[in-house]
Design a protein around this ligand. Structure first.
Ligand code: INI
Length: 160
């Protein structure tokens, strides 16, 4: 029996792309900083001139899948992280944006074979979103950890 698991350290020169939505950037900028803090504490170079990390900004969560697909297809990254915040109180088309972002992101991962982390907060209020982006905990940190685990796990699977 084989057991396959991802690790969180000693990933070597792992290359990571983060795609961040500007919509609700009060929240998404905090998710990004939590995410980068996690990556940096696990040995990823997050400096401005890093060759391990690139960040792309998109207008809103709806645009996350297209840019994630482009970056995943480039062959340059072992994992792509998407960060967004869709707040029900602010939009009648909450369900449309969330459905497109979630379906799109899952499709990119399956189509390209590159793991894509779904880091889109979906909340009823701005307060709830802020609570998950640093006021209470910062889910950006968890998304960073999940990215490291998936990059490492994919390498550990047979045929990689
Ligand atoms: N995009 C978000 O990321 N969060 C939202 O809450 C949101 N609202 O409220 O509408 C939102 N809309 C913009 C959307 O993602 C696209 O950028 C836009 O429709 C252009 O395609």
């Amino acid at each position: 029996m084989a057991t396959f698991e991802g690790r969180f350290t000693d990933l070597g020169q792992v290359r990571i792309a983060v795609v961040v939505a500007r919509f609700n950037d009060l929240v998404t900028a905090k998710l990004l900083s939590g995410c980068l803090d996690c990556l940096s504490r696990h040995g990823v170079d997050t400096a401005a001139d890093s060759s391990q990390l690139d960040v792309a900004w998109v207008p809103g969560s709806f645009e996350l899948p297209l840019v994630a697909q482009n970056l995943a297809r480039s062959g340059h990254y072992q994992v792509v992280i998407t960060l967004g915040a869709v707040i029900r109180g602010d939009t009648p088309h909450f369900d449309v944006v969330v459905a497109e972002a979630s379906k799109g992101i899952a499709t990119v991962a399956r189509d390209t074979g590159v793991p894509v982390i779904f880091g889109v907060l979906t909340t009823d209020t701005m307060q709830q979103a802020l609570e998950r982006a640093g006021i209470k905990s910062n889910l950006g940190w968890s998304y960073g950890l999940e990215a490291l685990e998936m990059a490492s796990l994919m390498k550990a699977l047979p045929g990689h």
